[in-house]
Design a protein around this ligand. Structure first.
Ligand SMILES: [Zn+2]
Length: 256
């Protein structure tokens, strides 16, 4: 089960590394809801996260998250302690926003620093799912789950893949031109082959030589002179049909 989950996680990770510019070291941005759930369910964030992402991962939170947890007091003291162990990411709000608003704003700005958003807040999750290329991490039971890409993310990844493999219209025009050029060149090459291939001149020479010796018209290729003469006689009649007509016409003239 665990191996299967890790395989699935690897595939999900690849979506983000291949199409949305995520790379190692991976960064996880953790909010109070995630930290609280981890504490309640005795999830060791460090260990589990490394199972998914490998050792090359850094955990972050924001000043806004720390501030909110501090204000909320005793109930969230444990979560506050967990978050204080993380590095503080400079969200630019200087602690002025609620955690929800802080995370949403980071996502809205395009998640420039490529965070995996670690939250159990449904509002933040659904907002993250509405923005393509925003990876989500949450806790179910005692397990950290790397959420499968949202529909928006999957569509954007497919579009990115198509863009990489499809030719632009301009490239398609160039390809057409190349094919047209190839068609123009092809017959020329063919003609050259025809010229190079057979050896008609040598054959003619042979036949004319035979003709000179035998005193007959050209023989068939490779045939003996006797057979060649017989065949050539027959053929001569066939070939000179017009001449034969002319001869017959002349004969009529003579007999008349
Ligand atoms: Zn903030």
């Amino acid at each position: 089960m665990k191996i299967k989950r890790r395989k699935v996680a690897k595939k999900i990770l690849k979506t983000y590394t291949s199409h949305f510019g995520f790379s190692e070291p991976y960064k996880l941005l953790i909010d109070g809801t995630f930290a609280k759930r981890a504490l309640d369910n005795k999830v060791r964030i460090d260990d589990q996260v490394k199972n998914y992402f490998g050792k090359n991962i850094k955990l972050y939170t924001t000043e806004c998250v720390i501030n909110e947890l501090t204000v909320l007091g005793k109930q969230l003291y444990g979560a506050l302690c967990i978050c204080k162990k993380m590095e503080i990411y400079d969200c630019g709000h200087k602690g002025s926003k609620m955690a929800k608003g802080c995370l949403k704003h980071i996502i809205e700005k395009g998640n420039e620093d490529k965070f995996f958003i670690a939250t159990n807040d449904k509002q933040v999750s659904s907002f993250a799912n509405s923005i393509p290329g925003t990876p989500l991490v949450y806790i179910v039971g005692n397990t950290i789950v790397l959420d499968k890409p949202s529909e928006n993310t999957s569509k954007a990844a497919e579009a990115d893949l198509r863009a990489a493999t499809d030719l632009t219209t301009h490239e398609q025009k160039i390809l057409k031109q190349i094919r047209m050029e190839e068609k123009k060149i092809a017959p020329v090459l063919h003609k050259r082959k025809v010229i190079k291939g057979p050896n008609p001149l040598s054959m003619k020479k042979k036949s004319t030589a035979k003709e000179a010796k035998t005193g007959a018209k050209p023989a068939e290729e490779g045939e003996s002179s006797k057979n060649g003469n017989k065949k050539s006689k027959k053929r001569r009649v066939k070939l000179s049909a017009h001449a034969k007509m002319a001869v017959l016409a002349k004969m009529k003239e003579l007999t008349a």
